[in-house]
Design a binder for this molecule. Sequence first.
Ligand SMILES: NC(=O)c1ccc[n+]([C@@H]2O[C@H](COP(=O)([O-])OP(=O)(O)OC[C@H]3O[C@@H](n4cnc5c(N)ncnc54)[C@H](OP(=O)(O)O)[C@@H]3O)[C@@H](O)[C@H]2O)c1
Length: 304
Amino acid sequence: MLKIVIAGATGFIGQKLTSRLLDSQTYVVVLTRKPASGRTTKHARLSYGQWDGKTQGDWTQHIDGADAVVNLSGQSVASRRWSKTRKQQLYSSRIDSTNALVEAIGASRVKPSVLLNASAVGYYGHIEQGAVTEEHQPGNDFLGRLCADWESAALAARAFGVRVVLLRTGIVLDPEGGALQRMIFPFKLFAGGPLGSGEQWFPWIHEEDEIRAILYTLERSSLSGPVNLSASESTTMREFSNALGSALHRPSALRIPAFMLRFLLGEMADVVLSGQQVVPQKLMKDGFEFRFPTLPGALADLLR
Ligand SMILES: NC(=O)c1ccc[n+]([C@@H]2O[C@H](COP(=O)([O-])OP(=O)(O)OC[C@H]3O[C@@H](n4cnc5c(N)ncnc54)[C@H](OP(=O)(O)O)[C@@H]3O)[C@@H](O)[C@H]2O)c1
């Protein structure tokens, strides 16, 4: 039986991944900062380790002998305005947790064969035109620099003979959480529309394909380094907004201008105002088949 340690497993993506792994007879150890009293899930093949996301401790015993480590840790990028302190938290919650995991991997006697580490398409910064594959250079904005440092921290595990996969994820679509849940709300009030000019790329992935792709990279020893996790069909923000309006039977004409978003959200507005035409080249070359390659099909499934 496989044993997989997941840090950040209590979050949006981690809960789904954990549940899928438990369905497939895997033993899962959840690394969380939450104390035991705050945990509710009971499952025979699920256990918990408590860590602080920074320092070594008793939790490192779970890494020793695990088959794989998945790191999804990090404070939410889109939940609060980016003050200087907030940016520091966004940065340290990712770099410190990754460093702590890599250190524990280095110190373990029986090392995992693979580390899957979260990253994001924000790695590339804002790119107006042209397909963006895994070979593209990092952007020079806050998210680009953050992702580049995050990935470097994870790649340090290669020194211990561990395969490292950098999960450069796009916007994960799920009506019960994340970006889609927030975007649906104004549409339901007949006040939906594209954010910013609408011309920026909107690299999305259906939550089902996100989890399937993570599991795929876990199994495929041929895959390593950065892997783009976004749908194979590219969409602009305007196309996304029109498709969402159409799926919800609501208008999608009320554009929110960039200056208003910057006024309301500050630098955090970059998350929706910048984008890239991300191509999941490595997954496609390796033969991964998206279950939801097109937006209308994905939205029809998510909003049924
Ligand atoms: N969702 C998306 O659309 C998307 C897109 C691109 C990239 N990503 C990246 O993928 C990863 C998982 O995304 P998600 O949406 O599942 O995130 P999420 O729901 O915000 O969950 C992240 C988890 O990280 C842990 N965490 C928070 N602050 C931490 C800190 N200071 N130190 C250590 N751990 C901390 C939390 O677990 P505990 O409280 O249990 O410790 C939390 O459950 C994140 O790194 C995110 O940036 C997500």
